[in-house]
Design a protein. Structure first.
Length: 265
């Protein structure tokens, strides 16, 4: 199985997950051109995709969906609430008939040889979800846009081999930054985004010897930067109640404007 961030950040998100037979995108929050360029760097054509999984209807997760789906007619899977949100986003234009497939959190389904397990996340969208994807004996997950996490979240992220995990903001940068007060409260709230510190604490709950790669994603352009997210998460791991140190965990930060290294499991 392979995992790669084509783009990840507050301005646009698109993650590739797949194996030799099944190619998936989680979110299409960047332009059709950038999606195609990212896929090309992986040696994949748009018409070779098996499916698109959408986490929620915010524009940084669906910006390119309308143009891309009309060009390639790839099946799109999302919860009922997210599909309603997609249909209500006029900037996407008309979606091709029969392309949107409704799924439900906590109900797994198959795509090729991969098992897809949607799980609920806490975010200010209609019915947002993260995705755990199992293939053979390997498991990966995409877990961003988490205002908070709990034992339910941890349970869905256990025993992973790789994960894209949100590290959205540094609390101090957010507090003193340019956002208006209402937006600051939203980002920090239970339906907002995970801070660097919270991301590190969540990682402490799911660490195990088989976790081969952590990709920190969905960084805020205004309230975070890559080196700070990386070092803060490492420090939380080292200080946490677990047998690991931050430097024990292979970790990289996904960029908003470039394709990440390919994680091969």
């Amino acid at each position: 199985m392979r995992l790669c961030s084509i783009a990840s950040g507050s301005s646009g998100n698109c993650i590739y997950v797949g194996d030799d037979r099944t190619h998936l995108l989680v979110d299409t929050g960047i332009s059709k051109k950038r999606i195609e360029e990212g896929l090309h760097s992986l040696g994949i054509r748009g018409d070779e995709l098996s499916a698109i999984l959408i986490t929620h209807e915010h524009i940084d997760h669906i910006q390119g969906l309308g143009v891309f789906s009309r060009r390639y007619e790839i099946p799109v899977y999302a919860t009922r609430g997210t599909i309603e949100g997609i249909r209500g986003t006029k900037s996407l234009g008309k979606m091709p008939d029969g392309l949107l497939h409704e799924i439900a959190v906590d109900q797994s389904f198959g795509l090729g040889d991969l098992k897809i397990s949607p799980f609920a996340i806490s975010h200010d969208a209609r019915e947002p979800s993260g995705y755990r994807i199992d293939g053979g004996e390997k498991s990966v997950a995409v877990a961003t846009d988490l205002g908070k996490y709990n034992e339910y979240t941890v349970e869905h992220l256990k025993d992973l081999n790789a994960v894209v995990l949100e590290a959205n903001h540094d609390l101090h940068m957010l507090e003193v930054g340019p956002y208006p007060y209402v937006l600051k409260r939203r980002v920090m709230g239970e339906k907002g985004h995970l801070s660097n510190e919270s991301s590190g604490r969540l990682l402490c709950d799911i660490l195990h010897d088989g976790l081969q790669q952590v990709i920190l994603g969905h960084l805020s352009k205004e309230n975070n930067y890559a080196e700070l997210a990386y070092e803060t998460v490492k420090l939380e791991i080292s200080m946490g109640d677990n047998p690991y140190k931050g430097e024990d965990i292979p970790m990289m930060v996904a960029r908003r404007d470039q394709v990440s290294d390919i994680v091969t499991l």
